[in-house]
Ligand binder design. Structure first.
Ligand code: NAD
Ligand code: FES
Length: 278
């Protein structure tokens, strides 16, 4: 059992927990994730490690309440427990060569997985230009944290309620057009966003990485649930990723696989008479 130490409500749908998990915290590296179960009947969900404090023995997770499990998780309070919390899983991120221009793009809840990557680059002495966006001001998370580790922070909202009016890809285009070389772009967010960014940067030949979060079950490369086609080859996100070359990812297949259980997820939510307030 893993104790939830701190809970923060970041927006009406985004929650943060610090989890007491000293063994995970000791080994966690930026880019890695955990798989948790809220209770022993629950499904396994992967969540990126947003922060790790090896001295306090804590892992920070941030999530958006989208389905039954994340609603159930969001209804937990500090002092309560999770049944399982397995990690760190996946490959840690690789640092780009120093000196080049690195751009990090975080869309919506994807800002949470982008943050530890930007923080690691910042701690390694690299200057990162960060672009973050959300549907509205209310759903923009981790602004202060991203500002603290970014050389420049650019903000946009779909409805123009905060920052520039538009998508993160609109701001990214301005950097692609300014003609200055870009060493690497890291983009994390919803699949449509990552696909748009991949298509946008391909003609410029700029190395572009995305962090994927497909459905996962075992997290050890055995079940195949998280498979993705990258450069024409089958890869398992849990052991070969979660970070992949955006220009090689088959986003059509990913999108189809991501929607495979949507009707069942909807049914589970509708059948839950408590409306998630467990
Ligand atoms: P959202 O739909 O609110 O989009 C967030 C931002 O992404 C937008 O404000 C916009 O700037 C950008 N964006 C979205 N669609 C775009 C498009 N077509 N073109 C260009 N930019 C676009 O996202 P959300 O509700 O916060 O995210 C939910 C999704 O994120 C879920 O599907 C979930 O699976 C996924 N997710 C991904 C990761 C990951 O590691 N990749 C982690 C958590 C969640
Ligand atoms: Fe089973 Fe990746 S989750 S192979």
């Amino acid at each position: 059992m893993y104790r939830l130490i701190t809970k923060k409500v970041l927006s009406s749908v985004h929650k943060l927990f610090e989890v007491d998990a000293p063994l995970v915290a000791r080994k966690a590296k930026p880019g890695q994730f955990v798989i948790l179960r809220v209770d022993d009947q629950g499904e396994r969900i992967p969540l990126t490690i947003a922060d790790a404090d090896p001295e306090r023995g804590t892992i920070t997770i941030i999530f958006q309440e989208v389905g039954l499990t994340t609603q159930y998780l969001g209804a937990k309070e500090s002092g309560e427990y999770l049944a399982d919390f397995v990690g760190p899983l996946g490959k840690p991120m690789e640092l780009p060569s120093p000196g080049g221009r690195v751009i990090a793009v975080g869309g919506g809840v994807g800002i949470a997985p982008v943050y530890p990557k930007v923080k690691a680059l910042h701690n390694a002495g690299l200057n990162v230009i960060s672009i973050i966006g959300a549907r509205t001001r209310e759903f923009l998370i981790l602004e202060d944290e991203m500002r603290a580790v970014s050389a420049e922070l650019h903000i946009c909202t779909d409805d123009g309620s905060y920052g520039q009016h538009g998508f993160v890809s609109d701001i990214l285009q301005q950097f692609l057009d300014d003609g200055k070389p870009i060493e690497e772009i890291i983009a994390v967010g919803p699949l449509p966003m990552m696909r748009v960014v991949a298509n946008q940067t391909r003609p410029y030949g700029v190395k572009t990485l995305v962090s994927l979060n497909p459905i996962m079950v075992d997290g050890t490369g055995m079940c195949g649930a998280c498979r993705v086609t990258v450069g024409g080859k089958t890869r398992f996100t849990c052991v070969d990723g979660p970070v992949f070359d955006a220009h090689q990812v088959d986003f059509d297949e990913l999108r189809a696989r991501a929607g495979m259980y949507l009707d069942k997820e909807k049914m589970a939510l509708e059948n839950c008479r408590c409306g998630g307030a467990h």
